[in-house]
Design a protein. Structure first.
Length: 293
């Protein structure tokens, strides 16, 4: 990011009334998070331009920024991928062709494959795409490379917040769906209780990161989907437990999921999760969307 930064304005509404919400991001990199005072969108500034974004995901994101070999990511992701398969199983049909955008090493597609007619992935990191192909999963490098009207279901887990132009991406995605097709999107929730209520300084330094160009709330995610031409329903989802939150409070670092399971009952965790969901202050949001006719 050696170029002069562009003027500060909101991607969604164009307002220049945007205020910084934190003074650091992970690893001490130069962008900072801002919130639009008109529509509420939170975003990093300056953002990567499209060419910087392409180089980052092809050469840096998985190999250096995440630093996990594909086989480890595949194995580590199986548990959460199974939870996702179980959550959406009622959507699957043996007549469906399914696409996952950002399929990484292919764990979700490998688990969902028995329930649908075909699976396909999009992955821009070469080593991950190669690993997924070795599991028998067809992988493309971009949405543009895929035929129109080819898919009944499209899944996108923690991808939209990474994109330079999410509205354009979602608009293009509409052309890949068959009539009656659905898109399921999962993103971090900027109203996460750790961010919006507890505000632990070390967590905030960790939370804001260069890979996430946008930070959506229920309201701003709805605006993006409407601008891209989708009917939608947004749901709260909590991926991390009470132990994780207590661990952040005590030790000021990640790694606490399940740490206090010997103290906290399942019922306590469930009640805590229920409260977060009722207030939409969970760590994650997911969407079921379909194109407006």
């Amino acid at each position: 990011m050696n170029r002069a930064p562009p003027p500060l304005h909101c991607y969604l509404c164009g307002s220049s009334d945007c205020r910084r919400v934190h003074d650091h991001i992970r690893y001490g990199l130069p962008p900072r998070p801002y919130r639009c005072q008109q529509c509420g969108l939170v975003f990093l500034h300056p953002q990567m331009d499209p060419e910087e974004e392409r180089r980052f995901y092809e050469k840096e994101y998985r190999s250096g920024y995440v630093d996990e070999p594909p086989e480890k990511t595949f194995s580590y992701s199986l548990s959460e991928s199974q939870e996702r398969v179980d959550r959406f199983r009622t959507l699957f049909s043996p007549e469906h062709d399914l696409l996952e955008i950002g399929c990484a090493a292919g764990s979700f597609l490998s688990l969902v494959r028995p329930y649908v007619r075909s699976v396909r992935g999009i992955e821009v990191t070469p080593t991950y795409a190669t690993f997924a192909k070795e599991q028998g999963i067809p992988v493309a490098g971009s949405l543009e490379a895929l035929p129109d009207r080819a898919f009944d279901l499209v899944f996108s887990f923690h991808v939209l917040e990474h994109l330079h132009d999410p509205i354009r991406h979602l608009t293009l995605l509409r052309s890949k769906l068959r009539r009656g097709g659905q898109v399921i999107i999962e993103v971090p929730n900027v109203d996460d209780i750790l961010v919006s209520v507890y505000r632990i300084p070390e967590h905030l330094d960790f939370y804001w990161e260069i890979a996430h160009q946008f930070y959506f709330s229920k309201a701003t995610l709805a605006m993006v989907l409407e601008k891209a031409g989708y009917h939608h329903e947004i749901f709260p989802l909590q991926r991390y437990d009470l132990s994780n939150h207590i661990y952040w409070m005590l030790y000021r670092k990640p790694g606490g999921k399940g740490h206090f399971r010997h103290l906290f009952s399942r019922e306590l965790d469930q009640e805590y999760e229920k409260i977060l969901k009722e207030r939409f202050i969970t760590d994650t949001l997911y969407v079921r969307a379909s194109p407006m006719e």
